[in-house]
Design a protein around this ligand. Structure first.
Ligand code: SAH
Length: 352
């Protein structure tokens, strides 16, 4: 057991089982022992690799898509270019480089990062020195908001509920002897899950991300009031269905209860929950990452870049293109949804 595991077991022994959300919050963001709070988890030597770390094309195309939305809305001055959970800052650095020559864009924008991990803030400062940092989204300036979130929402803590008649049991973490173990609470009728009684049956497990609605409402309000657009990219589907809590360590699946704080914990994103919270802004249809990137011209960009590469570098580049777009790799598993004002067209690559 890790030091965090010892602390969690002592706490559960004292005060009883905890929700999966409480467990995830401590494992990921505990100030001393949390996974993100203490390390840079990306890349070959780390635990997982994300789209912007696979290829520069990802950030470039996302940046150009946001520029198109900015142009569609009359190229407003004093805008916020924001990213939630920017990791190493790679996506934003690639987006800024790709949009350098767009007249007026860089003069109009200020980069704002929402990030809680001190280790990753330091990496982001190297990639994008002029950024401003926030702990939470609600301190962003009141201005047109052009926002990207890639693999941010999957890192937010979730709760799991199992249907029992017309009531719900919460899946919790308690103790089995000395070890952390999953258990279930007594059933209760939960008003905030009423909308899931129509599409689930007895025994089904669903997941809820408590922090998600507030964050999306904030984005929707800003975009509706000041203009802008948001691109939210993550793995998941329209409605959560089943247990998707997953632990990754050293690029391999791990037991989520095994080494608290030492593995990345994620859950699939419920995009219907994003759509429900976006009002008064509009949301786009859910689109797969592969289709989105193809529509933005990733194949042409890949061919242009391939010209300057030879041998192994060219092979890596071709494999990266495939990895981002192919249905059997990230292409279908990852989805994109856009949020945009009622007065503007949807971001490019996405359907209303
Ligand atoms: N977008 C990046 C990193 C994804 S990993 C990429 O694609 O490579 C998740 C990121 O979200 C990390 O930067 C992590 O530190 C950050 N994060 C996780 N929970 C957060 C929270 N509650 N508030 C702010 N940032 C958070």
């Amino acid at each position: 057991m890790t030091p965090l595991g010892d602390a969690l077991r002592a706490r559960i022994a004292r005060t009883g089982p905890i929700s999966i959300a409480e467990y995830m919050a401590d494992c990921l963001m505990h100030p001393i022992h949390g996974y993100y709070a203490t390390r840079d988890p990306f890349g070959r030597a780390g635990d997982f690799i994300t789209a912007p770390e696979i290829s520069q094309m990802f950030g470039e195309l996302v940046g150009l898509a946001l520029v198109q939305s900015w142009l569609d809305q009359g190229a407003p001055d004093h805008i916020t270019l924001a990213e939630l959970g920017p990791g190493r800052g790679t996506l934003m650095a690639d987006a800024l480089r790709a949009t350098q020559r767009v007249p007026g864009f860089h003069a109009a924008l200020r980069v704002h990062f929402v990030e809680t991990s001190p280790v990753l803030r330091a990496a982001q400062a190297t990639a994008v020195p002029d950024a401003q940092w926030h702990d939470r989204i609600d301190t962003l300036p009141d201005a047109p908001l052009f926002l990207i979130a890639n693999e941010f929402f999957d890192a937010l803590p979730i709760r799991q509920f199992i249907r029992d008649g017309s009531e719900w049991r919460e899946r919790v973490i308690g103790l089995d002897g000395d070890a952390l173990a999953f258990g279930q609470s007594e059933p209760a009728p939960l008003a905030f899950l009423a909308h899931r009684l129509s599409d689930t049956k007895d025994g089904d497990l669903i997941e809820v991300c408590p922090a998600l609605p507030g964050i999306i409402q904030d984005i929707g309000q800003r975009i509706s009031t000041y203009g802008g657009a948001a691109l939210i990219i993550d793995y998941g589907d329209w409605q959560s269905q089943g247990d998707t809590l997953q632990a990754l360590a050293g690029h391999a699946h791990a037991d989520p209860l095994e080494n608290p704080g030492q593995a990345d914990l994620t859950a699939h994103v419920d995009f219907a929950a994003i759509a429900r919270a976006a009002s008064p802004a509009r949301f786009t249809r859910l689109t797969t990452q592969g289709v989105f990137l193809e529509r933005l011209g990733i194949t042409q960009r890949a061919q242009a870049l391939a010209h300057n590469l030879t041998d192994e570098a060219q092979e890596i580049h071709i494999a990266a293109h495939r990895r981002l777009t192919h249905p059997s790799e990230m292409g279908d598993l990852f989805k994109v949804i856009g949020i945009y004002p009622v007065t503007a067209p949807p971001p490019p690559g996405l359907d209303p």
